[in-house]
Design a protein around this ligand. Structure first.
Ligand code: ADP
Ligand code: MG
Length: 251
């Protein structure tokens, strides 16, 4: 086992019970994500990508199997301790930014700080730094409605980073954006990963965007299949837990 494994799924399954029928969305998933990895998750609609991400972020629990975070079996914690863990270590970004429309970019980003009773000036400084980092130095006092789609997602990313999480989980953050803007958002995720070492897991439908990440996984019929591009420059690396799986698919 690798020392740098941040997230490990072991024989993890998720079954939804829907109108009396069992829906096996994830089947015995074995997956290791190393600290500092940049991971793209692809797969058709309904394949189970969001479910995988929700479980990774402890917003949902598996039906069977384990989720290890830094080697710790995380679902053994109490609900309260799990919520604390999530607040401190996991950042989420969604397709729709979920920013509060009546607040400015700065207020939206500093919100987690205020919720956690940080001093206002401290929270404001930290939020300002983050907004600068995501390229929005000139947009601190704009409300979401006064920002472009790409800028709104940058604010959502800055907000997700506020608590200095170890991992950023982004579920189709570019689903609502044109390809160029989507490319810029993926570029930003890449930059953040390089400058801070944060682990990034991003769901995308676009192979070009997926190519900006080092590890690419396909969710297919409840299984996770590594993908390769055949371009050695991209730095393909098949997660070690998946090496036993045949064959990797070109995209
Ligand atoms: P994706 O993000 O890849 O489009 P999801 O993970 O959202 O897919 O969903 C995977 C499958 O699980 C879908 O068939 C969906 O209908 C089903 N599903 C998701 N959440 C629930 C739920 N809470 N109850 C029942 N079925 C669900
Ligand atoms: Mg989804």
């Amino acid at each position: 086992m690798s020392e740098n494994a941040l997230i490990q799924m072991r024989n993890l399954s998720k079954t939804f019970l829907h109108r009396g029928r069992e829906l096996n969305v994830l089947r015995s998933v074995d997956l290791t994500i190393q600290a500092g990895d940049r991971v793209a998750i692809m797969g058709s609609s309904g394949a189970g990508k969001s479910t995988l991400l929700q479980i990774m972020g402890t917003l949902d629990s598996p039906s069977a199997g384990q989720l290890l975070f830094n080697g710790e079996e995380i679902f053994k914690r109490s609900e309260k301790s799990l919520a604390k863990f999530r607040n401190e270590h996991v950042g989420f970004v969604f397709q729709f930014h979920h920013l509060l429309p009546e607040f400015t970019a700065l207020e939206n980003v500093m919100m987690p700080g205020l919720i956690h009773r940080q001093k206002r000036a401290e929270a404001e400084n930290h939020a300002t730094e983050l907004l600068e980092k995501v390229g929005l130095k000139e947009r601190l006092h704009h409300q979401p409605g006064e920002l472009s789609g790409g800028e709104q997602q940058r604010v959502a990313i800055a907000r997700a980073l506020f608590m200095k999480p170890r991992i950023l989980l982004a579920d189709e953050p570019t689903g609502n954006l044109d390809l160029t803007t989507g490319g810029e958002i993926h570029g930003l995720l890449r930059e953040l990963n390089e400058s801070t070492g944060i682990t990034v897991v991003v769901v995308t439908h676009d192979p070009m965007l997926a190519n900006q990440m080092d590890v690419r996984l396909l969710v297919d019929d409840g299984e996770i299949i590594p993908m390769v591009t055949g371009d050695p420059k991209v730095g393909d690396r098949v997660p070690e837990a998946l090496l036993h799986r045949k064959p990797t698919r070109p995209i």
